[in-house]
Each structure stands twice: as C-alpha cells, then as structure tokens.
Design a protein around this ligand. Structure first.
Ligand SMILES: Cc1cc2nc3c(=O)[nH]c(=O)nc-3n(C[C@H](O)[C@H](O)[C@H](O)COP(=O)(O)OP(=O)(O)OC[C@H]3O[C@@H](n4cnc5c(N)ncnc54)[C@H](O)[C@@H]3O)c2cc1C
Length: 498
C-alpha cells in the first residue's frame, strides 16, 4: 500500500467495481459513489438497463477478473451459474457448423449475478466504502482548475442532501450516461472529436426455463451473422438456475430484431441455422423479448486534451463504447483498470510529470484492438459508417482475410483440427495480438490457389504476388496493436510461436 490517500470512483457498474478493487492496492481509502440503491441479492437495476441482456466475459477479461477477484468463478458456480465446459456448443458460420467443448474454468451467468458477486468481494475490502443512492453532480477543482480535488454529490432520497467528497484521484466509470464531457466543458476544456461508428444496432432478448425433459435436446448455439445476406446473429446460452436466453442481433438500421413474441419466434427460424428455433420449442418462455437499440459506438480521445486536469481519469463505457455483440465491454474495462494499475506501479519507480494524460494514452493503446476488430466486423453491414479524423486502417483487407481464414479454419476444424479456429477465437477474445493472426505465415497457409471467390478477393486487396513481399504488405495495411498485450499473456502466445 502506498501513501496515496483517497480515490473516488463514480459508478458501481462492472468497470467501477474492478477499478475500486484495483485502486484498493494503492489508496488508503477508496469511495465508490453509485446513484442506484444496490440490492443485497442479484438484481437488474435502473442505472444499468443493459443488464437484462446476456453478458459474456471474454477469456482476457476472465484472466483479469481472476487476478483481482481470485475464485470469483467458484462464487458464480455456487450461486447457480453454469460451468462453461459442462456441455458442447454449436458454432455456425457461413462456411459450416462445428460442435466444440468450450474451455474449462469459466462460468456463464446473468450480468446481475456477475455484478453482485464482484460487488460482494469489493464490499468486503475494509478500506473501500460505498455511497449508494447518491449521484455525483460535478467535479471539484482547484482554484486554477488544473487539478480535480473531489466530487459534488446529491442524495437521491427525499432530502436530496448535497455534499462534497474530496479525493486525490477521481475515476469516472459512470457508463454510457456519464456527464464527464459536460463537466470538462464547465472547466473550460474543449473535448476533441470522437471516433464514431454509426452502427444502428438492435438487440432482442428472450429468456426461457429449461424443463428437465428438455435437457436431452439442449445445446448452446452461436449462429454468426452473414451481413451480405442480411442474416443477423443469434445465440442460445444458459445463465444460472436452468434459465436460457436467446439473443437476436443485427446492425445497419435496415432491420431491428422484433420484440413481439410471434415475430421473434419467426426470426429465430431465419438465422444461419434453425437449431435455436428447434431447441427453444422445448423450453418455457419466461421473460422478454425485450429490445435494446443504439445508433452509435463512441470512442473518446480525452488524451488529446493538452491541459487535461490532474486527479481525473475516465474508463469503461464513458471512455469507449463497443457493439455489445462481440462481448468486449467488460473485458476492455478490466484491461483499462489493469493499465491504470501498471501505470501506478511505474509511477512509483519512474514518476511521469503528466501522469493522467500518460495513462489516457496508454488506455488508448489498450482499447485499440477491440475497437478495430469490432468496427471491422460491423462495417460489413450495409448502413454502418465510420467517422474519424482518419479512415480506419485495413478494414477491407482484414474482412477478406478473415473470410478466407474462417473458411479454412472451419474446414480444418470439421476434420478434427481446431487449432486455427482456436486462434481466431483467442484474437477475438483479446488474448492473441492481431499480429499473430495477420502475418505472412498465416497468409501463405490460407492462400492455396484454389480459385475460390474469397481467395481471389483477398489477392486483389493484397496487390502483390511475390510471397517475399507478403509480410511487408501486411504491415503496411494492418495497424500494429502489440502495445495492448503484455507479459502476462506470454504463455498463451508461446503456443502460437512454433
Ligand atoms: C445490450 C448490451 C449487451 C452487452 N453485452 C455485453 C457482453 O456480453 N459482454 C461484455 O463484456 N459487455 C457487454 N456489454 C457492455 C457492458 O455492459 C459494459 O461495457 C460494461 O458493463 C462496462 O460498463 P461500465 O461499468 O462502464 O458502465 P455501467 O455498467 O453502465 O455502469 C455505470 C454505473 O454508473 C452509475 N452512474 C452513472 N452516472 C452516475 C453518477 N452521476 N453518479 C453516480 N453513479 C452514476 C450507474 O448507475 C451505473 O451503475 C453490453 C452492453 C449492452 C448495451
């Protein structure tokens, strides 16, 4: 524990909880201010409307959660969550269907249960204090406005009592409805242009009870979207207590998944597979369908504010939002919290003069692969548009490369070799750096002159024939993301070095 005194975290969502846990290693007191009342049992709540929808933790996020909350998976299992490797999962894409057994060691649950498990751990840390039913209404700054010295608060009960909480560090983890931009404006800062993915996405989720007699027909299913054909994503997964959820997703704004039970059922038939429709025929509808729509994913560029105040950081959805279908949001929040921890460690031995701005730069490096991968995938949908200071690098090439790779990996996996399929899964899970996936060796493996449309398209995008030039060309086209991957992933990466 260092001599830093007090930190305040705004918001007790997933990002806020991981951050408070991480800060408890560095600060003598950590306050977490949450506008909702937090229940003593797992429950959805007003401040996190997304929690109705299925939330999965990617392997990178799982690794970080196990670091900060050792054994949290066992807590989930003790409260009815479903072990990830308990049964086979069917994966469907435009090139084929695979049945795999997911890796062991994780559990699937509702977001409410996950949040409750993490919250109970944080509540048990003696120097972390929760102020609930209390809204942060503004940032307190020094007279010269160069330093944030705390937050203004207002209770949400009848008294509406206003208060102040001083702090050496304030971290905004207030999610999509964060007011941090308004507060920065009040301090005289002009917030730089954001990167925006105009995604116009729609979700619709329904839950079912799995009766005992339906167990024999049960399988988890992920049916990938095929945007060129207007086919959306569909998933069927268990959460806790023998409850399963189906999720329909599409982007581009031309069609939004229905929230009307009969139409929803029909739409389950029209996915890449009818398997989900068949399985839910044996289940008992329980809750939903309920929808969620958003027009944009937004990535802030606070690191570009030259006189960014000291004592203030931002993370989670208030820093960058992602298309939820790729399951990245909580994992990226965990990666950002870990980045802050790394910077706090480095600050001890090698102090940086503009610490907070330096951290924001490092967090951008952390975010980069997730933002690029999900944007590249979403830009396959007609109607999705990227708006940024410079075009997103390598999108068309990456889409063609991924298509050909997926085709090859699916073929191999159908014949019993799932190594390449696993490789793609680990990249999308933010464990494997994209450079291990986009390189000359893999390219040579997937280009085998079979004259397929996918291969022809990729060769056109590549623009060179000589294999000697492949690596150089790939490095010109695809951004380098290696700063987002650290020592801790060494063991996983070594498996792919041979
Ligand atoms: C439909 C949908 C599905 C998703 N599925 C997944 C998934 O499968 N996997 C995944 O990793 N991510 C998923 N996400 C993203 C995920 O929900 C978030 O990225 C993640 O929870 C991190 O959010 P956060 O903690 O930053 O914000 P939130 O979880 O939104 O929490 C913000 C908290 O701040 C509080 N708050 C806000 N303003 C104030 C204030 N002024 N004062 C005090 N408190 C305040 C709110 O009440 C809330 O508790 C999904 C998102 C959506 C919309």
């Amino acid at each position: 524990m260092s001599n830093m005194n007090k930190a305040v975290v705004i918001g007790a969502g997933i990002a806020g909880l991981i951050t408070a846990r991480m800060l408890s290693d560095y600060y003598k007191e950590v306050y977490i201010v949450e506008r909702d009342e937090l229940s003593t049992t797992p429950a959805n709540r007003q401040g996190t409307p997304q929690s109705f929808h299925p939330h999965r933790v990617l392997p990178r996020g799982h690794m970080i959660l196990e670091r900060y909350f050792p054994g949290y998976t066992n807590d989930l299992l003790d409260h009815g969550a479903h072990p990830s490797d308990a049964e086979e999962m069917m994966l469907v894409n435009q090139f084929g269907t695979l049945v795999v057994r997911p890796p062991s060691g994780s559990a699937s649950s509702s977001r409410a249960l996950l949040e409750w498990v993490l919250r109970r751990r944080v509540q048990n840390i003696h120097h972390v204090h929760f102020l609930t039913n209390t809204e942060v209404t503004g940032l307190m700054s020094s007279k010269d406005q160069q330093t944030i010295i705390g937050v203004y608060t207002k209770e949400r009960n009848q008294n509406k009592q206003e208060g102040m909480l001083t702090a050496d560090m304030v971290i905004d983890a207030a999610g999509r409805t964060s007011k941090v931009i308004k507060w920065l404006n009040l301090l005289g800062h002009t917030v730089p242009d954001q990167e925006v993915l105009k995604v116009s996405l729609g979700y619709s989720t329904q839950y079912y009870k799995i009766p005992p007699q339906a167990e024999k027909h049960w399988k988890s299913v992920i049916s990938d979207a095929h945007p060129a054909k207007g086919i959306g994503t569909g998933t069927l997964m268990r959460i806790e207590d023998n409850i399963a959820g189906t999720l329909l997703f599409s982007a581009g704004g031309e069609h939004y998944p229905s929230t009307k039970p009969n139409e929803y059922k029909e739409e389950l038939k029209n996915l890449g597979t009818s398997k989900i429709f068949e399985i839910v025929g044996n289940l008992e509808p329980f809750q939903g369908p309920r929808g969620y729509r958003t027009s944009e994913s937004i990535r802030q560029h606070f690191e570009q504010i030259e006189n960014w105040p000291s004592g203030l950081l931002v993370l989670g959805d208030s820093f960058c939002t992602f298309d939820p279908i790729y399951g990245q949001g909580m994992t990226v929040a965990a990666m950002e919290a870990e980045t802050i921890a790394n910077c706090l460690e480095e600050q001890r031995s090698n102090p940086q003069p503009y610490f907070e701005r330096h951290v924001l730069h490092r967090m951008q490096e952390t975010i980069e692969p997730a933002w690029w991968l999900s944007s590249t995938a979403d830009l396959r949908w007609k109607g999705v548009e990227y708006i940024g200071a410079t075009p997103l690098k390598g999108v068309t090439f990456a889409q063609k490369y991924i298509d050909l790779f997926t085709k090859k990996a699916t073929e191999l996996a159908t014949n019993g070799d799932s190594r390449f399929y696993l490789m793609q899964f680990l990249m999308n899970s933010l464990v494997l750096p994209p450079s291990k996936f986009f390189n000359e060796k893999i390219l040579t493996m997937i280009l085998n002159d079979n004259g397929s449309p996918e291969e022809k398209q990729l060769r056109t995008e590549l623009g060179v024939q000589d294999p000697q030039l492949f690596q150089q060309r790939i490095e010109e086209i695809i951004p380098s993301f290696d700063a987002a991957f650290d020592e801790r992933l060494k063991d996983v990466l070594m498996a792919f070095e041979q």
